[in-house]
Design a protein around this ligand. Structure first.
Ligand SMILES: Cc1cc2nc3c(=O)[nH]c(=O)nc-3n(C[C@H](O)[C@H](O)[C@H](O)COP(=O)(O)OP(=O)(O)OC[C@H]3O[C@@H](n4cnc5c(N)ncnc54)[C@H](O)[C@@H]3O)c2cc1C
Length: 308
């Protein structure tokens, strides 16, 4: 039996063969609809199975990469040699606990951020209005310190339980999570978020709904939501707006293969149909080179590359 077959068998025993997929097309698991096949793809069935799955993978010597909803990823056309570990919908769960004017939210890593924002709004809990249109999981949102409209995960996160790179489950509080603009100690140190505790406030339902509507209307108006994409291609360089810098190079609408600098919002690259990861990378190189040449500002990818 090959090493991969052995690993597949032991993971299947742990989480069920229906959750262990061979040669899974990563196009189906990314918002960009780009990516080749992963040797093994685990759709982890419960939070408490994350550690034993990772222990098995590490013992086998295989490489692995954790994904949430795949909304910030560019996966190689050659896919991923090793195991993609999805902490998604099957690892979702939440509870709200009121404490005076505050509300503690216990939430599992696979919970949808949009879903949680909606549930909080229904209960008139304020603090997640910014997240209503961010299509990630709690785990992905913490790893990226997701944010929008002047707010970010850092402001509402009290603590998280993570599996660290030594294979230990630890609780990290506030500053220990190292949440900063589109980054975190979680991502730097390849930790895996298991669950988190957030803090919201009791608010006014009409005001919360109005704020969400304002944010969502702005997204629909400005963002190319009609095409597969992975959100902002580049991080915001200090003191600049990436989309404005790109627009000024004249590259808005420029395409390589199926990948295009969105005609609607130059900060996004969209998949107009059949784009490859190679198309996207060539395009990001051209865009970053043009911006640097014109302004001296270097753009850093916000999108995470996987398998390359
Ligand atoms: C239309 C659109 C709009 C977007 N708007 C915004 C926005 O306004 N603001 C913003 O910040 N982002 C935005 N994004 C990007 C993306 O939605 C966020 O970065 C989101 O937080 C990613 O979550 P995910 O679950 O999809 O993570 P993935 O894309 O699956 O992974 C992203 C990173 O998180 C890591 N990760 C995932 N799960 C875990 C876990 N359990 N533990 C540890 N690490 C983990 C991965 O390893 C990877 O490094 C947008 C994307 C799209 C497609």
């Amino acid at each position: 039996m090959s090493d991969l077959n052995k690993l597949e068998a032991s993971l299947s025993e742990l989480i069920g063969s229906e959750n262990v997929l061979r040669d899974e097309d990563m196009k189906e698991h990314t918002s960009f609809k780009i990516g080749g096949k992963a040797d093994l793809f685990l759709d982890v069935d419960q939070i408490e199975h994350i550690k034993p799955c990772i222990d098995l993978i590490k013992a086998s010597g295989a490489a692995y990469y954790v994904v949430g909803n795949g909304s910030n990823l560019l996966v190689s056309d050659d896919g991923f040699r090793g195991v993609i570990v999805k902490v998604g919908q099957k690892c979702a769960g939440y509870s709200f606990e009121e404490d005076g004017d505050k509300v503690k939210v216990k939430v599992s890593a696979g919970m949808s951020l949009i879903g949680l924002s909606r549930l909080a709004a229904d209960k008139a809990y304020s603090g997640l209005e910014f997240a209503a249109g961010i299509p990630g999981t709690i785990g992905g949102a913490l790893a990226m310190n997701a944010g929008a409209y002047g707010s970010e995960m850092k402001e509402i996160t009290l603590k998280a339980r993570v599996l660290d790179s030594q294979g230990e489950i630890v609780e990290l509080y506030g500053e220990e999570l190292g949440l900063r603009y589109r980054g975190s100690a979680i991502a730097d140190q390849a930790m895996i978020v298991l669950d988190a505790e957030l803090e919201l406030e009791k608010g006014d339902k009409a005001q919360i709904e109005a704020k969400i509507k304002e944010n969502m209307d702005s997204r629909k108006e400005k963002q190319p939501l009609e095409y597969p994409n992975a959100g902002s291609t580049f991080k915001r360089p200090e003191g600049y707006i990436a989309a404005k810098l790109i627009q000024d190079t004249g590259l808005k609408g420029f395409s390589i293969g199926g990948a295009q600098v969105s005609e609607k919002h130059a900060g996004f690259i969209v998949n107009k149909g059949g784009a490859s990861a190679r198309d996207v990378l060539q395009l990001t190189d051209i865009v970053a080179g043009a911006v640097e040449g014109m302004t001296g500002v270097s753009l850093e990818l916000e999108i995470k590359k996987v398998g390359m």
